[in-house]
Write a protein that binds this ligand. Sequence first.
Ligand code: DGP
Length: 120
Amino acid sequence: MSYDPSNIFARILLGELPCKKIAEDEHTLAFEDINPQAPVHILVIPKGSYVDWSDFTRNASDVEQSAFTKMIGHVANIAGITDSGYRVISNSGNDGHQEVPHLHMHVLGGAAIGPMVSKR
Ligand code: DGP
């Protein structure tokens, strides 16, 4: 899948759409999910144009990948869920049910999240 520069998260990065920012650094932005699935539901995105996890791990620099990973732990700390626990999910592609084609990690917590996936 090639990167669509008009996707919603690209527009948030450009400042064309608002977000409730949690944290930011040179390479990464974290903000609240518009449709939270848990008391804490934060999205962490790279500022670079990466479609999904495969694209990011193949093409992002080590500095970008390091910043992204650290930001996940950082926002969990900001949200106060480090001790109670949380889940980090990235939906990728069709089978992963990815809706927005810009890499994002969901950080979910603030209550028991339940089983990892529903059984089929
Ligand atoms: P996914 O299915 O993994 O691609 O999840 C996309 C998530 O993005 C979903 O949980 C809802 C969230 N989302 C969609 N549009 C917006 C938006 O405009 N602002 C914010 N903050 N989140 C959005």
